[in-house]
Design a protein around this ligand. Structure first.
Ligand SMILES: Nc1ncnc2c1ncn2[C@@H]1O[C@H](COP(=O)(O)OP(=O)(O)OP(=O)(O)O)[C@@H](O)[C@H]1O
Ligand SMILES: [Mg+2]
Length: 468
């Protein structure tokens, strides 16, 4: 229970003290120490002073009273009240601490006192009584004006009377209070000087740490040019050196990584360009040469069937012409898939429409195509090709893996970015690796691919490519 409370208090304390800066912590420690030391010393000095001064006061009380008793004897014996008064007044003026003095005669009555017109206070007479054989007797009276050391000294063994003197503590208290005030003032001054000096020192001490912290934050944000100076030849200096070599190593590794990445990108883009070039060449070849040959073959077969006399040969020639026409169609489709000339001639939207139509027919799929923001200006050729290939590859995946009924393709250009979304309602998949072809093409153009897919809930590919 108690330890839980302690732990709770400590947690609360640390929540506050731990949150302030190192500078404030050090200042707090210095201020706390100075105050603790100053207040401790003040309290100790005050207690000691009061103790010794009280002891002195008591001694003084005894000696003053005995002196009074000795000197008053004769006057009392001859009953000289005037001289007794005189003596009492003298006693009072000679010692600032004396509050009052009086003499009691052998009947126990006050013979003379220093209270003047105010009158003798009730109860004071019996507040202290000395037995006849007492040397002296002191009691401490608690009055309105503080403690009073009241001492009684019997005169002639009490046969003549008793001398009583009261010494007030007020003077002593004033002296002690003045010393205490001086000590407290000193403590405050020392605190101010201590805090100023330690503020300066902590500023010097923590500057390199703050530098390091800032540099580390900058490195965390990816700025690897950060270096910190070695301020001092101590642990913080060592830390600065280690920090610098660490950032250097990081910068070097990062440089190598970037170089490798550039190399890879250059390689991949070379491969893609070569692939495109090759597809273009084959498509052109198919169109210019193969299609032409097949067309002449068809024309030849037509004239052959015209000149044929035998119906069997004529029918055979017609059949062959049909096969040739189908092959021409296939070759044409193949050429379009390899490199749709519309992409070069009319642009991406038309090419995509063709491509989507082709997939709908070939794979018995319903595919929505939405193109926005591409009416006014054409995209750069490499972006158009990449988008076309990505849609092609995405739809091929839908056809091959998704078992989907419907799919949709959306392409939109807005705020300097082209977004392509290829979605299907198929079975979805877990593995988010794969799809390297699409990812690679997107990243080569400074864009990215995001895949959203859940088992049984279809697949969405989000492609973003920045364009100027
Ligand atoms: N639309 C989709 N629906 C369901 N699964 C898919 C879909 N697209 C991709 N996948 C899964 O992701 C895997 C990786 O696709 P990726 O296109 O990279 O390779 P692939 O289609 O298998 O081969 P290829 O290199 O010929 O394209 C596929 O094998 C398939 O399991
Ligand atoms: Mg695939």
């Amino acid at each position: 229970m108690k330890s839980r409370l302690l732990q709770h208090l400590f947690t609360r304390f640390w929540a506050i003290a731990g949150a302030v800066s190192v500078r404030t912590k050090i200042l707090g420690i210095v201020l706390g120490l100075v105050l603790l030391l100053g207040l401790g010393i003040t309290a100790q000095v005050r207690a000691t002073l009061i103790r010794t001064m009280d002891a002195q006061l008591e001694e003084q009380a005894v000696s003053v009273t005995r002196d009074l008793a000795a000197r008053a004897t004769d006057f009392i014996l001859v009953n000289d009240l005037f001289a007794t008064h005189q003596l009492l007044r003298e006693t009072q003026t000679n010692n600032a601490n004396v509050r009052y003095a009086f003499v009691i005669d052998d009947h126990g009555q006050v013979a003379a006192h220093t209270f003047g017109d105010k009158g003798f206070p009730v109860g004071l007479l019996n507040a202290n009584t000395a037995a006849h054989d007492d040397h002296h007797r002191t009691v401490i009276l608690d009055t309105d004006e503080g403690l009073v050391w009241d001492t009684a000294v019997p005169i002639f063994g009490g046969r003549v009377g008793v001398a009583r003197v009261g010494l007030s503590e007020a003077g002593v208290r004033r002296a002690v209070d003045s010393v205490t005030a001086q000590l407290l003032l000193t403590t405050v001054l020392v605190s101010i000087i201590g805090v100023t000096v330690s503020a300066l020192l902590t500023w010097i001490l923590t500057r390199p740490i703050l530098n390091l912290a800032q540099a580390a934050q900058a490195v965390g944000r990816g700025d690897l040019t950060q270096r910190v100076p070695r301020w001092a030849n101590d642990e913080i200096g060592d830390l600065a050196v280690s920090f610098n070599s660490m950032t250097e190593a990081l910068a070097k590794a990062e440089g190598e990584r970037v170089e490798r990445e550039q190399l890879r990108a250059r390689y991949v883009s070379g491969v893609i360009a070569a692939q495109e070039e090759e597809r273009k060449r084959i498509a052109r070849e198919l169109h210019d040469s193969t299609s032409q040959s097949l067309t002449s073959l068809m024309v030849g077969l037509r004239s052959l069937s015209d000149v044929c006399n035998s119906p069997a040969a004529k029918q055979r020639a017609e059949e062959l012409r049909g096969v040739t026409a189908q092959t021409l169609d296939e070759v044409h489709n193949l050429a379009v898939q390899l490199r749709p000339s519309v992409l070069d001639d009319v642009g991406l939207p038309a090419a995509l429409e063709r491509c989507v139509n082709d997939y709908q027919i070939r794979y018995n799929l319903i595919i929505d195509l939405i193109v926005r923001g591409l009416e006014s200006a054409r995209l750069p050729a490499e972006v158009e090709t990449a988008l076309y290939r990505m849609v092609q590859e995405g739809l091929t995946n839908v056809a091959r893996h998704a078992q989907a009924k419907t799919a949709s393709v959306m392409i939109e250009r807005r705020d300097g970015i082209v977004r392509a979304i290829i979605e299907d309602d198929g079975r979805g998949f877990h593995n988010r690796l794969g799809l390297y072809g699409i990812r690679e093409r997107a990243e080569l153009l400074g864009g990215k691919l995001t895949i959203e897919s859940e088992e049984g809930k279809g697949t969405s590919l989000f492609v973003e490519i920045p364009v100027k």
